[in-house]
Each structure stands twice: as C-alpha cells, then as structure tokens.
Design a protein. Structure first.
Length: 342
C-alpha cells in the first residue's frame, strides 16, 4: 500500500486556475454554454419560464464558480444567527449525492448521508432547523414555509432561477477567485462576473486568516474566516485541541471543492500533513483509508459524517465555524427587515 497522498478522483483542468492555454474545444463549448445559460436566464426574466416564491423572505447563498467556496459553513452561520435574532429559518438544499435524488426528503441530524446528502446532514446537525432536500428548490422552499419557517435559506441556489428570491449572497474563494475568468468548461465559471456584481452581498472566504484582515477583499466585500480549534473523535468522545497535533504527522482527508484549503489550515497550525484529496461529495469506503501508515486521520466535518460506519479511534473530524464582521450581520439583518416590511 502506498504511503503517499491519495490520487484525487476528479478532473479539474489545470488551466482553470493558471495561465496555461485553454484548448480550442473547451473554448468552443464555453461559447455554446454561455448562449444556452443566457437564454435560460432571459426566459425567466421575461416570464416564459415561471418563478415561484414561498411567501416568506428567501435568502440564497451561492457562487458563480464550479466547486466549493464556503457556502455550507456560511449557511450554518446564517441559520444559527437568525435563530438568535428570533427567526425560524429553514434550509432548502438540493442534497447532492443522494442515492434517490428524484425524491424530496426531510433531513434530520440522524438521517443517513446517502439518503439526505452529506452537506444537508451536516447542516441539520449543526443548526437543528428544518431542512428539505429537493432538486426543485422552489418546491423545497414552499414545503418549509408550510412547515412554519418564516425565512428560507437556499444553499447553493444562485443558478436555480425557478426559486424567486429576495436576497442573494455570493461566496468567493479568496485564494482562487474566478480563476482564468472563462465559462465552463474553458474555466470554472458557471456565470460571468457581472452576475456576482448583481448580488446583494459578496462574502470572501479568507480561510484561516484573521477576520479583521481584509487583504484580498475589496470595497463592498465581506471577509469570512473559517475557524477551527478542536478535533472531534468520529466514534464519539472528548474533543482534542488541534494544537495537540502540532509537530506530528497526520493523514489529512478532504473531499470538498478545494481540498487544499483544509490542508493549508492544518499546516498553519504546524501540523505535518500527508494530504489525501478526494472528489467533492465522494462516497467513502474503508478501503479508501488504507494509507499504509498508522497515523491519526483528520478530515473535514462534511467527510466525517460519511465515515462513522467504519471509523476507528484514529479518525477525527475537524469542525469549522464561519466568522464574519459584525458589520455584515448588521447590514444583512437590516436588509432582511426591509424585505419583511415589503
């Protein structure tokens, strides 16, 4: 068995986030993709395709790039803060990776990730709010409103135009931004940057940098720090400070949109990382962890929810919490208040 890093099981072209030349076929497909997505947006804008609103405020969290940017921790933070402010939020999610993606499902903390999706299960555990997984986010929002939620958070729904929304938050990876600035598959963009400019808020994921450090953020952009302090045994038990792993080698496992962000966070804590990057939403098996050396295994919380069935005492989950400036919350709550009065 190899002791080196696991091969990543997804193909993300190197030219997406570099100055490498883009193949002609990718540029041609991007041109076609741009026409088709532009027509779809126009159909919704002029009413040829119907949009639905659940009758309560709708806040969409999303990004215009393919892959992760930090939407899930931000959605968790939003749900928790709104509860503190007296709201009854519900979360609408596609539930990517579910075995039966065609059937909507209510997701709870004890729902199996294969049934509810890894991110919905994680959000349900961290927030305790009602969560509906459905490919049709508009139908999910309607179900949540009917169930008593007075504000809907739509996780990863920026391009789901069928759901009429009141507030949009764009989340941007602070390190990678928009890559080469090209549309799929020539680049990482699902929509061009002006689409992000049209959102009400832009949140920049600065990873583990101090939230007061606005390097990499510009005017009108809010920095979001992902803070983590403990490693939680996947099998249960007392958390260990991440500082306890400083100076030691660990296997670091990440099946997220940008695994390097997780590895860099651990390295910043002086932890010697043996990286194992998997595809986003990877369905883990015990065989995936045959690394050949008996080191502790630190993984993202999103990955850990799928590993409880075969985890050992060496498996630890590393939860992260989104931290944003208080000014962001003041501005957002004021905007929500305006929507509620409309």
């Amino acid at each position: 068995m190899s002791t080196g890093p696991a091969r990543r099981r997804e193909h993300q072209p190197a030219y997406w986030y570099s100055d490498l030349p883009v193949p002609l076929f990718a540029r041609a497909l991007a041109w076609l993709y741009g026409i088709l997505t532009g027509l779809r947006r126009w159909f919704y804008r002029v009413g040829l395709l119907r949009r639905r609103h659940p009758g309560v405020p709708v806040l969409v969290v999303g990004n215009i790039t393919a892959g992760g940017a930090g939407k899930t921790p931000l959605t968790i933070a939003l749900a928790n803060r709104l509860q503190q402010e007296g709201w009854t939020p519900g979360i609408a999610s596609r539930g990517y990776g579910r075995t039966d993606a065609a059937s909507p499902v209510w997701v709870e903390a004890k729902t199996a990730p294969a049934v509810g999706g890894d991110e919905p299960v994680l959000m349900a555990r961290r927030t305790g709010v009602k969560l509906r997984a459905d490919r049709d986010r508009a139908a999910a929002a309607a179900a949540l409103a009917k169930a008593g939620c007075d504000i809907i958070l739509c996780d990863d729904g920026l391009q789901h135009y069928r759901l009429k929304r009141d507030i949009e938050i764009e989340v941007v990876d602070g390190a990678r931004r928009y890559g080469n600035g090209r549309l799929l598959p020539a680049g990482p963009l699902r929509e061009l940057p002006p689409r992000g400019d049209a959102c009400d808020f832009r949140v920049i994921n600065v990873a583990n940098a101090p939230v007061s450090d606005v390097n990499g953020t510009g005017f009108g952009e809010w920095p979001m720090r992902l803070a983590s302090h403990d490693a939680v045994p996947v099998l249960g038990g007392r958390p260990r400070p991440l500082a306890a792993f400083a100076g030691h080698r660990v296997h670091a496992v990440a099946g997220i949109g940008n695994p390097e962000r997780f590895f860099a966070m651990l390295r910043a804590l002086d932890i010697a990382v043996v990286p194992h990057a998997f595809a986003d939403h990877h369905r883990y098996r015990a065989e995936d962890f045959q690394f050949g050396s008996p080191l502790p295994v630190l993984m993202t919380e999103k990955d850990a929810v799928k590993c409880a069935g075969f985890a050992t005492e060496a498996f630890f989950s590393v939860p992260v919490s989104a931290e944003l400036p208080e000014g962001f919350w003041v501005s957002l709550l004021d905007r929500i208040g305006q929507v509620g009065k409309a």
